[in-house]
Design a protein around this ligand. Structure first.
Ligand code: KG4
Length: 332
């Protein structure tokens, strides 16, 4: 008998993107609608949580209907409803979770709450049909920086994490101070491509696989304040070089510790040109590198649907009282 396809409707609303996607069997994207609020938050220099929640409320039904229409499906055709339930902004998460709970109840379909970080990792299952665990994931996003040992689709261990700023936060803060605006990552990325790494910023090293980015961030900002005429492109390139060296040093330690030679990049910052090309160089040392499609690096619901699919297969169903967990960790 032919196995039935499983259609997952994924919902993402953890920060400033309202997104709904329809994904078949965890890897085939039938639609992935992303309604971004970047223009709204740009004027404040960062995401304003209250405004984000209100905009999610306004967008979510429309985005869900568009996702179904683009996939040429009806609500009844969906097998599983999978919203992000953490980590993220509580008010923003609650919009997606509540909408999902309502859908699951009215359609009598299973509800599967998804960890946003697992979603970022799963973006790679969509991009690379051959990718299967085990692998190491270098997760670099606006809210998190972690090395995750993905032992199986639903079995993960965090080997190291940032002790202060997430790497994306450091990109955004540096960009704001040097006058590039929000969101800073893509702007620093573009400008750095025209600059040279003329400054060696100090880096913090730990015995274990933890990270620190606030020292580098502060050093960049202090240098800019002391010497406002310093070439901004060179400053951005020097900053990128320093943070990338920190990432590479730790992933090499993780490879040595675990013996795992497959490394997967994930999260918004994995869109960064310099980081991608420096990780690619590890292939010369026999490490296999996987990078998500650029459009799947930042927040989107297709990656959530993919992670939801594997959780569903694992039997991890949520109850109808699923709640938002703003500081949800991997493995909870
Ligand atoms: O993964 P994401 O969309 O949100 C979280 O789940 O946190 O990541 C957003 C972060 C922001 O800090 C943004 O500045 C950064 O990803 N980002 C980049 C690039 N594109 C987005 N950072 C560096 N280079 C980029 N090209």
């Amino acid at each position: 008998m032919q196995k039935k396809d499983i259609i997952v409707l994924g919902i993402e609303s953890s920060c400033d993107e309202t997104s709904v996607a329809i994904v078949k069997n965890g890897r085939e994207v039938l639609s992935n609608i992303i309604d971004t609020q970047i223009k709204i938050h740009e004027q404040y220099g960062g995401v304003v949580p209250e405004i984000a929640s209100r905009n999610h409320i306004e967008a979510i039904s429309r985005v869900a209907k568009t996702a179904l229409k683009e996939a040429n499906m009806k609500f009844e055709d969906v097998d599983v409803i999978a919203p992000t339930y953490g980590p993220g902004l509580v008010g923003a998460l609650l919009v997606g979770v509540s909408y999902a709970r309502g859908l699951a109840y009215s359609l009598n379909k299973p509800l599967v709450g998804v960890n946003h970080i697992e979603g970022h990792i799963a973006a790679n299952y969509i991009t690379h049909k051959d990718l299967v665990p085990p692998f190491l994931c270098m997760l670099t996003s606006g809210g998190n920086t972690q090395i995750v040992y993905v032992k199986d689709y639903c079995k993960m261990e965090v080997l190291g994490r940032t002790r202060d700023d997430a790497i994306g936060e450091a990109f955004d803060k540096v960009a704001r101070v040097v006058g590039l605006g929000y969101p800073g990552g893509p702007k620093i990325d573009k400008l750095a491509q025209t600059g040279k790494a003329t400054v060696n910023f100090p880096k913090t090293h730990f015995e274990n696989l933890d990270f620190s980015f606030s020292g580098i961030k502060t050093a960049v900002i202090n240098l800019h304040h002391k010497n406002p005429d310093i070439d901004k492109a060179d400053l951005c390139m020097s900053f990128e070089k320093a943070v990338t060296e920190v990432l590479i040093e730790n992933i090499e330690k993780a490879i040595e510790q675990t013996g795992i030679k497959t490394v997967v990049l994930a999260g918004g910052v994995s869109a960064n040109t310099h980081i991608r090309s420096e990780f690619e160089k590890l292939e010369q040392k026999g490490i296999k590198i996987y990078k998500p499609d650029l459009k799947l690096c930042t927040d989107n619901a297709a990656m959530i649907a993919s992670a939801g699919y594997y959780r569903y297969l694992n039997g991890d169903l949520s109850t109808s009282t699923l709640n938002a967990v703003p500081n949800l960790k991997i493995g909870e």
